[in-house]
Design a protein around this ligand. Structure first.
Ligand code: S3P
Length: 456
């Protein structure tokens, strides 16, 4: 096996500085890497640590800006949250029901997950809180959590259309609810389940389409009870409120959604052979793997094992030709964050790739459907975007465009990967959003052989 590489200091400096980046065509990638900790699991570890009694010790925590926002919010809500070393954090929680009223506005930055999950937590505590975020987050819909959380008895004041900033008046005497998700969203499911923790009685979420189940897994890991009943393929997920959650050790696996970028880069560059160690393989997250395998990708799962209640594996990825396929709408929840990078893979594949069921992409950190299709078109790719579908016709990719990141980390990273394989370099206008989920991205990619650097 090839020697394991660590990010170089120069690359790390590029990441931290933000500004425009340029990615140029490179040779085959090689090496063994590990990507940063899973973002979804990291948020939940910090939140449940803050709601547990006793000490929670987290290793491998993603120290991206999104998770740091959650950590700061838990501190503002009264938990002791301490960084002991790289990715190594200690939390002393307040116990379910024990959060204090924050003395200032909770700023969730770019993170929809932080905002929605924490809205659930504070909605059933007898406190009033105020929440805001960056320009991207202030455009995103919060009505999807306001609707169910109001049923607990919480009060909300928002801008028009349920947009942030929000004031949240937590329910003094919350009542349990049963809520059917109108949209396949793990964030909404988690907001309701976390809200239900401080409500006497049973709170149930009905989930017609399965979404990532990190909240359910981690609640059990902290000693909570989560019941899942399948009724005609529909999941009824319930928690009984006011449990005593006990501090736990959490070892966060690498983020599959981050691994997606080096995976696709390696696939697109013939002769590449890389290994990504310790990648989270939760079935609610790994739809991209299924899709890439259907497209003819050479990806091997090595060492499949379990870590802290989550499946993990090492992935060996080898470069080679891909062909276009149809990606069914039912698969969308299990790869919802991976469409920009899948679309990049599709641009180099043989024939068209049709992706359906993408309406949710319109309300991510950017309108990802629009940003992906505009960016591909600017790079000379034949692409058609509908209201909730995307068709990408693969072939030779010219590149040579400037991509507007629109405060969206995944758009930035997807197009830097495109530039590694296109005929002409690609410029991305703002590297700063990458730090929300993948600090060290440039250095880690360059350690494999990409040529990403500051743009003039
Ligand atoms: C997340 C759920 C997804 C995903 C987001 C993280 C989570 O959002 O896009 O990056 O951690 O629960 P939705 O559940 O709203 O689709």
């Amino acid at each position: 096996m090839v020697e394991k590489r660590v990010p170089d200091a120069e690359g790390a400096a590029h990441d931290a500085a933000g500004g425009p980046l340029r990615s140029s065509r490179c040779e085959a990638l090689s090496g063994t890497i590990a990507v940063p900790g899973d973002k979804s699991i990291s948020h939940r570890a910090v939140i449940l640590g803050g709601l547990a009694v006793g000490e929670t010790r987290i290793t491998g925590l993603l120290e991206g800006e999104d998770v740091l926002r959650t950590a700061a919010a838990l501190r503002a809500l009264g938990a002791e949250v301490e960084r002991c070393g790289e990715g190594d954090w200690r939390i002393h929680g307040c116990g379910v029901g024990g959060l204090a009223e924050p003395s200032d506005v909770l700023d969730m930055g770019n993170s929809g997950t932080a905002a929605r999950l924490l809205a659930g937590v504070v909605a059933t505590h007898p406190i009033t809180s105020f929440m805001t975020g960056d320009a991207s987050l202030r455009r995103r819909p919060m009505q999807r959590v306001i609707a169910p959380l109001s049923q607990f008895g919480a009060g909300f004041v928002s801008r028009q259309g349920g947009r942030m900033p929000l004031s949240i008046i937590g329910a003094r005497t919350p009542v349990p609810i049963t809520y059917e998700l109108p949209v396949a969203s793990a964030q909404v499911k988690s907001a309701v389940l976390l809200g239900g923790l401080n409500v006497p009685g049973r709170t149930t979420v009905i989930e017609p389409e399965a979404t990532r189940d990190h909240t359910e897994r981690m609640l059990r890991h902290f000693g909570g009870t989560v019941d899942v009943v399948l009724d005609g393929g529909v999941r009824h997920i319930s928690v009984v409120g006011q449990p005593e959650l006990l501090g736990a050790a959490v070892d966060v696996p690498g983020d599959f959604s981050s691994a997606a970028f080096p995976i696709v880069a390696a696939l697109l560059l013939p002769g590449s052979d890389i290994v990504i160690e310790n990648v989270g393989m939760n079935p609610g997250r790994s739809g991209l793997l299924t899709t890439l395998l259907e497209m003819g990708a050479r990806i091997d799962l090595l060492n499949a094992r379990e870590r802290g209640g989550e499946p993990v594996a090492d992935l060996r990825v080898r470069g080679g030709a891909l062909h276009g396929i149809e990606v069914p709408a039912e698969r969308a929840p299990s790869m919802i964050d991976e469409y920009p990078i899948l679309a990049v893979a599709a641009a180099f594949a043989d024939g068209p790739t049709v992706m359906r069921g993408l309406a949710e992409l319109r309300v991510k950190e950017s309108d990802r459907l629009g940003a992906t299709s505009d960016g591909l078109a600017a790079c000379g790719v034949e692409v058609r975007a509908g209201a909730d579908d995307l068709t990408v016709v693969g072939g030779a990719v010219r590149g040579g465009a400037e991509i507007a990141t629109q405060l969206d980390h995944r758009i930035a990273m997807a197009f830097l990967v495109l530039g590694a394989a296109s005929e002409q370099p690609v410029r991305v206008d703002d590297a700063a959003p990458i730090a929300t989920s993948f600090p060290g991205f440039v250095a880690l990619m360059n350690s494999l052989g990409t040529a990403i650097g500051p743009a003039a």
